[in-house]
Design a protein around this ligand. Structure first.
Ligand SMILES: [Zn+2]
Length: 529
């Protein structure tokens, strides 16, 4: 399997996944299509910009059987796009036990030439007790293992498939189905076991109910538990297809995600927009200029007969999803995924809550470039946790000047970056040539002048202090960073030119005890040093 990552930011990445039916650029939304009844055909979906679809192997087996075996799934759905096949596990969740063996489904998926087949899994859903969820996980792992063994050993099937058509140099990509629901220990165990088995593309299941309840924190924990175990492999999220969740799940490392929401919503006259969903009846104007929204006024679309209206609304919903995926991709290239995810999280308080999972997250640190072309924006306390800031504080914690210094001067950051180019810095140096001079910023912590040109110390734009909260409780990382820096360097003298923010920090008696001189930040401060 070939998966090439071209750009990354946070854990989000733009990559190329090579499949037997072409290259899929990720992140990608994969629309669900019914193998028998399609309101919007895969051909139309391709014209709308979707290079892959997912369909249900179990339903295809039941409805087409040998016809599908003979002609392949691409003929059945009349498209040469990339086809992922879900095993039918979701039907277990919907209708209880389904009457098919894992081996039957696996053979069928090989025979119909699925590009991205999924072994028969047993979705845990949401709300299952730990013991029962564990049994589901074990059942899924057993099926997955048997499927992989079957794929590896049944050369006869492979040879038959190859014999029927020109040789395919690219093999199908079998998916490792991660289950466990909200039980993150099971999710982790599931991901690690499938990884060891040798699956090349991982997929996490069961998030639909979690998302329907807007439990984005639980969804994020599920993704992180799985993703942290398999950070580099391509990663699919089953059942995610609403624009408000796309920035979050991509930023946590989901490369592909599928859903039928575009058409299911349309059936209920639900109109997706970038920040949520509205009933068609509630809309006076369309906040969109896709071909559907340009052609109809809201009242006119309501007059269109139901079947046609579903198709039109479905197309609009797909347009919104596509636009969201494209915006996320552009944010990855621009190095502005953090800003984008935060902006989009304002669509729902539970989305904003979920963002605290990004704190100190290794997969997010690893995916974020060390240097970016554009300055980072710092607006609110949550921004202290962005990986660039955490990385900078980590560097400062170990910082020691080339020549050991006895004296430290801490001076508030000015608008001019880097700090060593400012008039204030030159004045301080003139007055105290032997001192270690540092500036400070509530998001980044202490900034030694020597490294004040390193990203992002000189490459950030933050709100002016007077519009930011001075509550130190909102910036716990600052205090930790200051303490570590003072501990590493053990200065004899610590002179603080204190703005309103650091005055709050100095209320901590332990930190105050380390400071030998505290001056108000005013025009005469430097002369009093
Ligand atoms: Zn539209």
């Amino acid at each position: 399997m070939s998966f090439e990552v071209r750009y990354s930011d946070l854990a989000g990445r733009i990559g190329k996944l090579v499949t037997p039916h072409g290259i899929l650029e990720t992140p990608a939304f994969i629309p669900v299509v019914h193998p028998v009844r399609q309101s919007i055909s895969p051909r139309t979906l391709r014209k709308l910009g979707f290079d892959a679809v997912i369909t249900n192997a179990y339903l295809a087996l039941r409805h087409y059987g040998d016809e599908a075996r003979k002609n392949g799934i691409h003929k059945i759905i009349n498209s040469d796009c990339i086809v992922m096949t879900d095993s039918g596990g979701y039907q277990v969740l919907e209708y209880g036990q389904i009457n098919v063996e894992p081996e039957t489904i696996a053979c069928f998926e090989i025979e119909i030439k699925s590009d991205i087949p999924v072994p028969l899994d047993k979705p845990t859903g949401f709300g299952l007790g730990h013991a029962k969820a564990r049994r589901y996980v074990e059942d899924t792992l057993k099926n997955a293992k048997e499927t992989l063994e079957l794929v590896r050993t049944r050369d006869s099937i492979k040879n038959n498939v190859i014999g029927q058509e020109s040789y395919r140099s690219v093999e199908p990509i079998w998916v490792g189905p991660i289950q466990g629901g909200e039980h993150t220990d099971l999710v982790k165990y599931s991901a690690e076991t499938l990884d060891k088995m040798g699956f090349e593309l991982m997929a996490i299941g069961s998030p639909v109910e979690v998302m329907e309840r807007y439990e984005f924190s639980i969804l994020s924990e599920m993704i992180v538990s799985a993703k942290s175990s398999v950070p580099t492999k391509p990663f699919h999220l089953f059942g995610a297809g609403h624009p408000i969740t796309i920035p979050l799940v991509v930023a946590l490392g989901c490369d592909t995600f599928d859903s039928a929401s575009y058409i299911l919503y349309a059936k209920e006259d639900r109109y997706m927009h970038a920040n949520g969903t509205l009933k068609l009846q509630e809309l006076s104007y369309f906040p969109c200029s896709c071909s559907v929204c340009s052609r109809f006024k809201t009242k006119e679309l309501l007059q269109v007969d139901k079947e046609q209206r579903i198709i039109e609304l479905g197309k609009h919903n797909l347009h919104v999803i596509k636009a969201e995926v494209s915006a996320v991709k552009q944010a990855i290239i621009d190095g502005r995924l953090w800003e984008y995810v935060l902006e989009k999280a304002r669509a729902h308080p539970k989305l904003m809550e979920a963002l605290y999972i990004f704190k100190d997250l290794q997969i997010v640190k690893d995916g974020t470039p060390k240097f970016k072309k554009k300055a980072i924006f710092l607006f609110e306390p949550l921004d202290q946790y962005r990986p660039e800031a955490e990385r900078f504080r980590g560097m400062v914690a170990d910082f020691k000047p080339f020549n050991t210094k006895q004296k430290l001067v801490l001076y508030p950051e000015s608008d001019i970056h880097p700090f060593y180019t400012t008039l204030q810095y030159r004045q301080i140096r003139k007055k105290l040539p032997d001192a270690q001079v540092c500036t400070y910023n509530r998001f980044l912590g202490v900034i030694p002048a020597e490294i004040s040109d390193i990203f992002p110390a000189a490459h950030n734009l933050s709100l002016k202090n007077h519009v930011l909260t001075s509550r130190v409780e909102d910036y716990p990382t600052f205090k930790i960073s200051l303490e570590k820096f003072l501990f590493t360097n053990n200065f004899n003298e610590v002179i603080v030119v204190a703005d309103e923010f650091i005055k709050q920090i100095l209320k901590d008696p332990n930190i105050k005890a380390l400071c030998t001189k505290i001056l108000d930040f005013d025009i005469n401060a430097i002369s009093k040093l």
